[in-house]
Design a protein around this ligand. Sequence first.
Ligand code: NAD
Length: 466
Amino acid sequence: MFERDRLYIGGSWVSSPGDRIAVENPSTEEVLGHVPAGTASDVDNAVAAARAAFDGWAGTPMASRGAVLDRLHASLAARAGDIARTVGLELGTPRKVAERVQAGLPLTVLKGYADLAARPVPEETVGNSLIVHEPVGVVGAITPWNYPLHQVVAKVAAALAAGCTVVLKPSELTPLVAYLLIDAADEAGVPAGVLNLVTGTGPVVGAAIAGHPDVDMVSFTGSTATGRAITHAAADRIAKVALELGGKSANVILDDADVTRAVKVGVGNAFLNSGQTCTAWTRMLVARSRYDEAVALAAKAAASYSVGDPFDDATRLGPLVSASQKARVLGFVERATARLVAGGPDAPLPPAGHFVAPTVFADVDPSSELAQEEIFGPVLSIIPFDSDDDAVAIANNSRYGLAGGVWGSDDRALAVARRLRTGAVDVNGGAFNPFAPFGGYKQSGVGRELGAYGLAEFQQTKAIQR
Ligand code: NAD
């Protein structure tokens, strides 16, 4: 059992007057452990600690902050095995993906920020003005459950590098791995108050952070609905808000693409982390002349997935995070009127756990619920198109714009990629770059994370005239 009964505030482990939250193992439906259900007064204490630490941390040279992040990276890297195991237990990510993505990616991102801070960019002059970049202040970081350490580190490492202090609230569904980061920070000597942890629910702890008069910026990753509520809460005091929200990304397969590879990579992308990935290419758009071939390949690929215990090396698809997430995803599958070519509500599944079979629908109407709503489960919709213009129009027919893929001859695929209204596009399987700006157009968000753009998000820009 994972019993973590304290919050981390002002460099100390402190108890909360609130209740406890039970953390479930979604593969077995058993209770894994507990964390405190923090309260608004815990948030007040954490914000006060972050405020008290701010001047000292903001005044620490950036290169020295980079050295602290380097030590934090070393302490966290020593916990890589625990991180992968913890996320495998609290989220159900299969072991290899947990090691590579859930543990490996945040370590890469953290090291990247340590390196960026170690080599600060020289200050710029514009005419008679010196342009300086200063930390925004006290940051409230509110994160979801699907990449529970990566999403925390993408905020915390950038904010700390910039000189901000942080109050972190991880998702109540997967709070355990955040404790490993705090253990590492404590061990690495991150100064007291610079990084604070308040676990708890969204409506209590999240809302208290979003509405707190002394929080200068809220950095949020999660659903568009919650992003909207946080924006409203912050608007009253004109606090800065950065939002990484949902997606419904298109994978466009042109008629001159390597269809076999495009479908294989596309299905893998759509089903990564059981489809609980904001950047998932959940709409596969295929040129009509290659459509039947692509549908058959996708159905075959989906049927080859083994679903079950994330700690069994044969498993490629773990459970969804919770019973309510499973019910929500099955609702979409049951209401769908498109042609089911793999999976579906009646496919065989393990007897316990929140599993949903990898499911593929063909002939999906681009304006239907299947093609428009973020399902956040292993459900892929395939849609035919008649020309490049048609593909671009269908891809852009979404209130989201987070990611995407294009496959075809290089120049043509790049031309289509430029026309997609989305924050990132991979051409012919271009690899995810953890140092490139990450973020959304439209209702997928505001602002950018990762790399130098992510650091800049936590800075104010000042002009000093001489
Ligand atoms: P969610 O919005 O329900 O919860 C996210 C976080 O917000 C949690 O910590 C939650 O406790 C908190 N929260 C909930 N209500 C709140 C409130 N009223 N005020 C303040 N905080 C509140 O999202 P989720 O279900 O945890 O995550 C899934 C969603 O996140 C999906 O829509 C997915 O696309 C999105 N997501 C986006 C990105 C991205 O970078 N764009 C990355 C991962 C997930």
